[in-house]
Design a protein around this ligand. Structure first.
Ligand code: T5A
Length: 231
């Protein structure tokens, strides 16, 4: 299927064919990747694409998808006294609250939830990046989500240095972005390993232009919506 943009950001993907009428359970679609890989840009474009034909879609993020999460996000991205286990538990606290307060109720109402980062970020950053136990992270992820996993995760694969360059062009770096290059390379290896192990993770080449990457994402999403019999 060819996808191309209208001036209003909607695509000519025959939205009249996209119908949810018989659809009851929502889906959780997650965007993952290293710093500056374009997740936020792409998830927002995808949200606009969904909004062209349905209002049963929600856009959220971790950390910071709830009012409490916003406060945790500020601490996590700015407080330089935070160390490994504290960092891990704060991300998991944000997630437990987010899943309970927002994600699960939205899924239960049949909404497609688009989430900027989720459990794989903790494996990649706190596990591969910080070197904390992968087994403990798996247990904490399980506890924080009550076993909820994404239905589909798009891993935006971009060279780590290109991504960091993009974020630095944008403005001052946050606490996580300031970590050394080797840390970010370990995080990258974490995502690559997860993508090898898990069928729910699809790699997306994020090195192209914003519109090229978005067109690729829309193609993948359309395939999955068809497979899930949503369209
Ligand atoms: N974290 C998070 C953990 O350590 N453990 C966890 O469990 C969780 C959930 C979150 C931080 O927390 C860490 C990971 C993060 O360090 P954040 O601000 O949400 O902090 O960090 P990011 O998710 O990395 O957000 P960024 O904004 O830094 O990166 P994005 O979202 O990947 O990239 P985006 O879209 O903002 O784009 C970055 C810049 O590149 C440009 C954009 O215009 C922007 O200026 N850009 C492009 N330029 C050229 N070509 C393209 N195709 C482009 N796409 C975007």
């Amino acid at each position: 299927m060819r996808l191309f943009y209208d001036n209003d950001g909607c695509t000519k993907t025959q939205p009249e064919k996209l119908s949810y009428s018989s659809y009851m359970q929502g889906k959780l679609i997650v965007f993952e990747g290293t710093e500056g890989s374009g997740k936020t840009t792409q998830i927002q474009l995808l949200y606009q694409w969904f909004r062209c034909w349905t209002d049963r879609v929600a856009l959220t993020r971790e950390p910071g998808g709830t009012p409490l999460g916003q406060k945790l996000r500020q601490i996590l991205l700015a407080d330089s006294s935070i160390r490994g286990m504290t960092e891990l538990l704060l991300y998991e606290s944000d997630r437990a609250h987010h899943v309970e307060e927002l994600i699960k109720p939205q899924l239960a109402s049949g909404t497609i939830v688009l989430c900027d980062r989720f459990t794989d970020s903790t494996v990649a950053y706190q596990g591969y990046g910080r070197g904390l136990s992968l087994r403990k992270i798996e247990q904490l992820n399980e506890m924080a989500t009550s076993g909820l996993q994404s239905d589909l995760t798009l891993w935006l694969d971009l060279d780590v240095e290109v991504g960091l360059f993009r974020t630095r062009q944008r403005g001052p770096s946050d606490r996580m972005e300031q970590a050394d290059l080797e840390f970010h390379r370990r995080v990258y290896r974490g995502f690559a390993q997860l993508a090898k192990e898990q069928d729910r993770i699809i790699r997306v080449d994020a090195s192209g232009s914003q519109s090229l990457v978005q067109a690729h994402i829309q193609t993948i999403i359309t395939e999955y919506l068809t497979k899930w019999q949503i369209i």
